[in-house]
Design a binder for this molecule. Structure first.
Ligand SMILES: C[S@@+](CC[C@H](N)C(=O)[O-])C[C@H]1O[C@@H](n2cnc3c(N)ncnc32)[C@H](O)[C@@H]1O
Length: 224
């Protein structure tokens, strides 16, 4: 694959449509200084999430996998005044770094942090007030992606958009005998998407600043 060419195109697009301000640049820098992995979405992918969040007029967003808060900032910036994003992160240190980055971006009033294992927090959310979200972005560990998706459906209403990152994994999903738990997790998810009748779904391949991958996008169907 012509990676240099796709990288150049990615920079062309982000230069025009997704330039990072200081808060986003500082967030990326903080990952290195605080010893977090550089696993954030790219600038163009962040902008894509922002456009999708605005397209569904989201006021309530749920994110699984905060890391340093880079995608959280893109998502939070799509919200109206009264909008809110709940972001779930298992690692306390990641959560702390993200909190600082969100504060630095002036978005603390829009972002609520939940630190803990996503499956536990999702179960609590479903069992407690069963709040419904307009947009759900899933970007935590890959093996439980089907469980995350099923919980996401329970926290959705007709029209909710659910986006799941890293579902192509450089094409490794084509290997039906893969022993990689991450690959197996997204293979199960992709299959589940194809058989879930109350969503309309597709997968966009992504390449450029990051390795070849894909984002799954599912919208919960209207009930006519
Ligand atoms: C790919 S990174 C998220 C990147 C972030 N969405 C961004 O683009 O800026 C995945 C994050 O999910 C967190 N994570 C992994 N397993 C988790 C789990 N079981 N519950 C909650 N968070 C988890 C990791 O600690 C890591 O910070």
């Amino acid at each position: 694959m012509k990676t240099d060419f796709f990288l150049e195109i990615d920079h062309y697009i982000s230069g025009l449509l997704a330039p990072e301000d200081q808060a986003l640049k500082d967030t990326i820098t903080s990952l290195d200084t605080e010893g977090l992995p550089q696993h954030s979405v790219s600038a163009n992918q962040g902008k894509f999430l922002q456009v999708m969040t605005m397209a569904c007029n989201a006021k309530k967003v749920l994110e699984l996998g905060t890391l340093g808060g880079y995608s959280t900032i893109w998502l939070a910036r799509a919200l109206p005044e009264e909008g809110k994003i709940i972001t779930i992160e298992i690692d306390q240190h990641h959560g702390k770094v993200a909190q600082q980055n969100i504060e630095n971006a002036g978005l603390s009033d829009k972002v609520e942090f939940r630190i803990g294992k996503a499956l536990d927090i999702l179960l609590q959310m479903v069992n407690s007030n069963n709040e419904k979200f307009d947009m759900i972005f899933i970007d935590a560990d890959k093996p439980p992606y089907t469980e995350y998706f099923k919980y996401a459906l329970q926290l959705s209403r007709p029209g909710t958009m659910i986006i799941l990152d890293n579902v192509i994994r450089e094409g490794k999903i084509l290997n039906t005998t893969s022993q990689d738990e991450k690959v197996q997790g997204v293979q199960r998810l992709n299959k589940l998407l194809s058989t879930t009748e109350n969503v309309t779904a597709t997968i966009l391949q992504t390449f450029g600043a990051k390795e070849h991958d894909g984002m799954a996008i599912a919208v919960v169907n209207r009930v006519d």
